[in-house]
Design a protein around this ligand. Structure first.
Ligand SMILES: Nc1nc(=O)c2c([nH]1)NC[C@@H]1CN(c3ccc(C(=O)N[C@@H](CCC(=O)O)C(=O)O)cc3)CN21
Ligand SMILES: CC(C)C(=O)C(=O)O
Ligand SMILES: [Mg+2]
Length: 271
């Protein structure tokens, strides 16, 4: 018998129960083993292997360039670290829009090759067929509405979405449709708090907000943003819980000066 304590894995059912009893859901991104180990141990419920890896890991301007193979590489590392958290992976741009068969194949590759527990897809009614087909294969799906960064060239800017009645009405319909299809949750990104409140109250499934206010059933942030590693990025919705850029910069400067001054390594640090 195993002597070490096994932690109970969060599932899509656990997060539904959390909404049912009014417990907020904490979600953060991770893209690698070391970071995901810390995030998992700290009690985050859902780890998102976001296509924001394209920005924070690879330095691209947008999320569009990241490939399915690259997402699978990041997701595999995160899965090896996550003992408790539910691990959800973004379907990257261009791997699901073509048709529902392509979408299913992409989702299957993520599940098979990374060992993740579900996928997230941007969009509403337009991608209903793809969402259905993935769900039919037994793969949990999370929706993503509002500011959907894979459509940045359609939007033009990263400003708040669904401020006008027409776009707000479509978002309400899309959210309901995603629930009817069988999604286990939906991310609401950069929409007015009041709209997110209405959607969260009208849906049975949990909503996870980013820049969508206090009434969502959970919150998500990009880990590098909330730790203050990503120095240039400070939108209004972001709360920085640490200033790791400065902490790391100081440590590295100290290392450089120690090497230059011949103070590292010392006698105890060699063989
Ligand atoms: N590092 C990082 N953090 C994120 O939250 C994130 C990514 N990358 N990549 C994918 C998407 C893109 N998202 C974004 C991107 C930009 C803004 C932004 O710049 N917001 C500013 C200016 C908006 C404007 O043009 O008015 C803001 O002040 O909110 C917000 C969310 C959220 N996601
Ligand atoms: C910001 C979250 C919701 C995301 O989709 C990502 O990190 O890619
Ligand atoms: Mg994303």
């Amino acid at each position: 018998m195993s002597v070490h304590k096994e932690v109970k894995r969060i599932t899509t059912h656990t997060v539904q129960e959390m909404k049912n009893r009014g417990e907020k859901i904490a979600m953060l991104t991770s893209y690698d083993f070391s970071m995901a180990s810390i995030v998992d141990a700290a009690g985050v419920d859902i780890i998102l292997v976001g296509d924001s890896a394209s920005n924070v890991m690879a330095g691209h301007e947008t999320t569009l360039p990241i490939t399915l193979d690259q997402m699978i590489y990041h997701a595999s590392a995160v899965v090896r670290a996550a003992k408790r958290a539910l691990v959800i992976v973004d379907l990257p741009f261009g791997t699901y829009q073509g048709n529902s068969k392509e979408a299913l194949n992409s989702a299957i590759r993520i599940m098979k090759e990374s060992g993740a527990h579900g996928v997230k897809i941007e969009g509403g009614i337009e991608i209903a067929e793809s969402v259905s087909r993935i769900l039919t294969a037994g793969i949990p799906v999370m929706g993503h509405l509002g500011l959907t960064p894979q459509s940045i060239y359609k939007f033009g800017t990263y400003t708040v979405r669904a401020k006008e009645d027409a776009e707000a009405a479509k978002l309400r319909e899309d959210a309901m449709k995603l629930q009817e299809l069988g999604c286990f949750g939906v991310v609401l990104e950069k929409i007015p708090a009041q709209l997110a409140k209405e959607v969260s109250e009208s849906l049975d499934i949990p909503t996870i907000g980013i820049g969508a206010g206090q009434y969502c059933d959970g919150q998500v942030l990009v880990i590098h943003d909330m730790l203050g590693i990503n120095k240039g990025f400070k939108p209004r919705f972001l709360r920085q819980y640490a200033n790791l850029y400065d902490t790391m910069n100081t440590a590295i400067q100290n290392y450089v000066s120690d090497v230059k001054a011949k103070e590292f390594p010392n006698e105890k640090e060699q063989y």
